[in-house]
Design a binder for this molecule. Structure first.
Ligand code: KIV
Length: 295
């Protein structure tokens, strides 16, 4: 018996193909920008799918945007897995990446591999992401060697923002920019197939993108990166906590949601909802018999 998985023949030859690591590498080679967005549940995954993005990240930013924590630090692996599983059910073609939460991969290679395996086995992720260089590069290497693709993340790494002096741009001195470069190169060396650059000067990102072989996805790192990522709730205006300057708002969805629910509340209070078209009928005979039965 062949161990090769059966791949169904696509019915619609125009349908987009699933995103793969070689296709992402090819995009960098061809200079085609990569589009990545976060998602945390079934509807946001469906939106990302229908909008045709390349990569969906179940970011630990979901700790703040959908779970209401004050930072990304408290979110647990089980909480992230629940979000990632819901996203999996809403996606077909984008590559699905799960963010390893703070405290779930730093202690040892065994811990990192175990957590990454849960994202693949339990939530159906294609890859995982972890933050920082230093010992994280070793954890990334261990996960890659265990057969799971990894994205690195350098610059502003929110899981360790306190140690970085807060949520502020990184790499703004020559020495700090060289540290970012060292981390990025170590992650590439460890086998990461892509690296996120968060909140670093555009000129620093531009110099590093030219020196890295793997695609660089920027968020607050200027236009020279191979792709961009934004947090779903920031770009759609759903989250009204602190929004960094790099988070461009494309819509104000929260205002529309509040308006919709406020209108519903007003109509319920006035007795205007539900109207006839929202109600079910019963034949007069049946109703009569029912009322008689109640007597
Ligand atoms: O958690 C997240 O959303 C992220 C992106 C900002 C890259 O890590």
């Amino acid at each position: 018996m062949s161990a090769t998985p059966h791949t169904p023949v696509p019915q619609n030859l125009d349908a987009p193909l699933p995103m793969t690591l070689p296709r992402l590498a090819e995009k960098k080679r061809l200079g085609e920008r990569i589009v990545m967005v976060t998602a945390y549940d079934y509807p946001s995954a469906q939106v990302a799918q229908e909008a045709g993005v390349d990569v969906v990240l179940v970011g630990d930013s979901g700790a703040m945007t959908v779970l209401g924590y004050p930072s990304t630090v408290p979110v647990s692996t089980d909480e992230m897995l629940m979000l990632a599983s819901a996203v999996r059910r809403g996606l077909r073609t984008p590559l699905l990446v799960g963010d390893l939460p703070f405290g779930s991969y730093e202690a040892s290679d065994e811990q990192a591999i175990g957590t990454a395996q849960r994202f693949v086995k339990e939530a159906g992720c294609d890859a995982v992401k972890l933050e920082r260089g230093g010992t994280t590069a070793q954890r990334a290497r261990a996960i890659v060697q265990a057969g799971i693709p990894v994205i690195g993340h350098v610059g502003l790494t929110p899981q360790t923002a306190t140690a970085l002096g807060g949520y502020r741009a990184q790499g703004r001195t020559a020495q700090r920019a060289l540290e970012v470069a060292k981390d990025a190169l170590a992650l590439q060396q460890a086998g990461c197939f892509s690296i996120v650059f968060e909140a670093i000067p555009a000129a620093v990102a531009q110099a590093l993108v030219a020196r890295l072989e793997v695609p660089v996805i920027g968020i607050g790192a200027g236009p020279a990166t191979d792709g961009q990522v934004l947090v779903f709730h920031d770009l759609l205006g759903i989250y009204d906590g602190h929004t960094p300057r790099f988070a461009k708002r494309y819509e104000e969805v929260k205002a529309q949601m509040v308006a919709g629910v406020a209108e519903y509340a007003a109509e319920v209070r006035q007795g205007a909802f539900p109207a006839a078209e929202h109600t079910y009928s019963i034949d007069d005979d049946e109703l009569e018999q029912f009322l008689a039965g109640l007597e």
